[in-house]
Design a protein around this ligand. Structure first.
Ligand code: ZN
Ligand code: ZN
Length: 259
């Protein structure tokens, strides 16, 4: 594949995502996290993804338009097209908590991300530009913590841990889901968590034995995604602030996970 951008001629950066030939609507459709692909005005970026390279900056010279909400402020980032935040929250806002705030999309000109590769368990996950890996606190390290990283202003964190299941029967997806629901219900009583939602049929790195929840706590919104893969449980947890502005980028990080 060409290592120079077909539009600006700049050399491809290490980990630089390729946007050549990206079909926006199809890319939204393929990601099981983001809704309403039919609302995106049809746009396919130039080039052949097998042969050409198109950089994030050149991809971002286009404006992607949501037919309901207008031009999308988000950028092409981490290999994904800009996503309409209003569409994403449309469903959720119907069941919204009174404290729910309107979401602002994160806009950044820095679109390339770095990739973390775990030397022990061989998974990879993308870390957005500007986010920083954190030293692992001892307890997290002891309990299988592999990596933790934080948004530039410290208002969102994501971490990944890997280990054996606390109970072998949790290899069964429905039993694991039930145990997590039990936990959230207990936490709800204890910390007055007022809202949580099952993320439904999700996959982590293609693994279908995956369950995830979003819930609200005192700090903001937290996610927990648990995949059981080759005898180990892979858990991604995130916490963001009350503005929910990080949800788009956190969903992208989770989607970037590969075994
Ligand atoms: Zn370019
Ligand atoms: Zn929209």
């Amino acid at each position: 594949m060409s290592q120079r951008c077909l539009e600006c001629g700049k050399r491809r950066a290490i980990f630089g995502k390729n946007y050549a030939g990206l079909d926006v609507r199809q890319a939204v459709r393929n990601s099981n996290t983001f809704g309403f692909p039919e609302r995106y005005e049809a746009l396919t970026l130039p080039g052949d993804p097998q042969k050409d390279f198109l950089c994030a900056k050149c991809a971002n010279s286009r404006t992607v338009v949501c037919s309901v909400h207008g031009p999308i402020k988000d950028k092409f980032s981490m290999g994904y097209p800009p996503l309409c935040v209003d569409c994403q929250y449309e469903d959720r806002d119907k069941k919204a908590h009174p404290h729910t705030q309107r979401v602002h999309s994160l806009s950044s000109d820095k679109c390339d991300s770095l990739r973390f590769t775990d030397p022990k368990h061989n998974f990879t996950i993308d870390i957005p530009e500007g986010w920083k890996a954190q030293p692992l606190v001892e307890k997290f390290d002891r309990t299988g913590g592999r990596v933790a990283f934080q948004a530039p202003n410290g208002q969102a964190i994501v971490n990944v841990s890997v280990g054996t299941l606390d109970r072998p029967e949790w290899a069964d997806l429905s039993l694991r889901r039930k145990s997590m629901v039990d936990f959230l219900q207990r936490a709800r009583a204890r910390y007055a968590n007022d809202w949580w939602e099952d993320m439904g049929e999700i996959q982590l790195g293609g693994e279908k034995n995956t369950v995830g929840f979003v819930h609200r706590n005192a700090q903001g919104y937290a996610r927990i995604v648990s995949a059981y893969h080759d005898g180990l449980e892979y858990v991604i947890q995130s916490q963001d602030n009350l503005n929910r502005e990080y949800e788009v980028v956190i969903n992208r990080i989770i989607s970037s996970f590969q075994f």
